[in-house]
Design a protein around this ligand. Structure first.
Ligand SMILES: Cc1ncc(COP(=O)(O)O)c(C=O)c1O
Length: 404
């Protein structure tokens, strides 16, 4: 087996066919650059889908991981461990949260949040207070509860009976919100910026309205910051720029800057309903993950890094506007910080994949968000020179598609 040639066709032979990866296989990365098996170099504007906030192989993260690897890998939740408590302390010191639950993925953090909301309502109000309000185009993960809360039926259909009592409404629609939330509602779950759903930012007044209605009806406001958290929008968490405090915030992706870890952040009062034995996960709070995340937290949570995100957003927008002046392909560029979406206009409608493939041909890795949006989510420490180089490649890719 050691002689097996590792090629892209092997994927189709061995793997469950739920993904369709590109033909090139990345083998190495450094900062915002990645190399494939043939030593071709790519500029990475995907950040592993908003995960690699500090780029690839950041030396301080490599150190944190290798130091911890020589000490303690895993102990289970029969014990606590030092890196987990160090990371929890940082999260509590720098957010609204008083309590932290660690898990392994965004879906798992959201699953914990939804379960907490149901349990809190049942313990404190009524067994019938079970309704969860969620949003069309929202995305919260792929466990059955979270994918059902997500706003695309096509992702949750076909798996039998779904978790009940989840109502979907339009994002940023005030009257739909007011009509939907009632005393039966135990939680409203939403993203501060719908990432997978098309890089659609929340209207600040809408976030404030959600908060007010949740207060009125004793419902919890769950902010899914799996994609927006840890500096992505230029704030440590996006809620910090919206003049509201949620009851629960979930974080994953950039929390471990590439090492799998997630967290649910909440208050002491709410956390108290998850008593011993009510919830858990084997790898949650794993020392390796927490040691890396703790170092990543220190590196991301600085004024230089967070202000830098806002400055780089301006540069990105300028360069995208220049490309658009020449080729007229976007209707708008939306998003916040280093989570930006270029929305294709009528002429190029639903052709995001063509731009994605043409970019890869130019040695540039970008993302899509649905069929009509090209998404950029680079490392937060990408340099201005790299952004300029990336946009030059993108311009060539755009030209290729326009002239094809
Ligand atoms: C907002 C949001 N929530 C939840 C998830 C699910 O995270 P994971 O894939 O780590 O379960 C994602 C993933 O893209 C996301 O963007």
């Amino acid at each position: 087996m050691s002689d097996t040639q590792i090629t892209r066709p092997l994927f189709d032979q061995l793997m469950v066919p739920n993904y369709a990866p590109l033909n090139m296989i990345p083998v190495r990365g450094e900062g915002s650059r990645v190399w494939d098996q043939e030593e071709n170099e790519y500029l990475d504007l995907t950040g592993g889908i908003a995960v690699n906030a500090l780029g690839h192989a950041h030396p301080e993260l490599v150190n944190a991981l290798t130091e911890q690897a020589q000490k303690l890998w895993h102990v289970s939740n029969i014990y606590t461990n030092e890196p987990a408590l160090q990371l929890a302390q940082k999260l509590v010191d720098h957010t609204f949260a008083e309590k932290v639950f660690f898990a392994n993925s965004g879906a798992e953090a959201n699953e914990a949040a939804l379960k907490l909301a149901r349990r809190f309502a049942q313990d404190n109000y009524s067994k019938d207070k079970t309704e969860i309000i969620a949003f069309y185009q929202g995305f919260h993960g792929r466990t059955f509860f979270t994918v059902t809360a997500g706003g695309q039926k096509s992702y949750s259909d076909g798996f039998g009976p779904k978790p009940a009592d989840i109502t979907h409404i339009e994002y940023n629609d005030f009257s739909a919100l007011e009509a939907a939330v009632s005393d039966k509602t135990c939680a409203v779950i939403l993203e501060p910026l719908q990432g997978e759903g098309g890089v659609l930012p929340i209207c600040k007044k809408f976030a404030i309205a959600v908060r007010a209605l949740c207060n009125k009806h004793n419902a919890l406001m769950i902010f899914d910051e799996v994609q927006t958290g840890m500096g992505r929008t230029g704030n440590l968490f996006a809620y910090m720029g919206l003049d509201i405090t949620p009851d629960i915030v979930t974080s994953a992706k950039a929390l471990g800057a590439g090492f799998p870890i997630s967290a649910m952040l909440t208050t002491t009062k709410l956390a108290s309903c998850l008593t011993v034995g009510t919830h858990g996960t084997t790898f949650g709070g794993n020392p390796l993950a927490c040691a890396v995340a703790s170092k990543a937290f220190d590196l991301i949570n600085t004024p230089e890094m967070l202000d830098g995100v806002k400055q780089k957003e301006v540069l990105f927008r300028e360069l995208l506007a220049e490309i658009n002046e020449q080729f007229s392909i976007f209707e708008e560029v939306r998003g916040a910080g280093l989570l930006l979406g270029a929305v294709l206009n009528e002429q190029y409608k639903d052709r995001a994949k063509d731009f994605f493939l043409a970019s890869a041909d130019q040695g540039l890795l970008v993302l899509v968000a649905g069929a009509n949006v090209i998404r950029f989510a680079p490392a937060l420490n990408i340099t201005d020179a790299e952004i300029k180089q990336a946009m030059a490649k993108f311009k060539t890719a755009v030209q290729q598609v326009v002239e094809s």
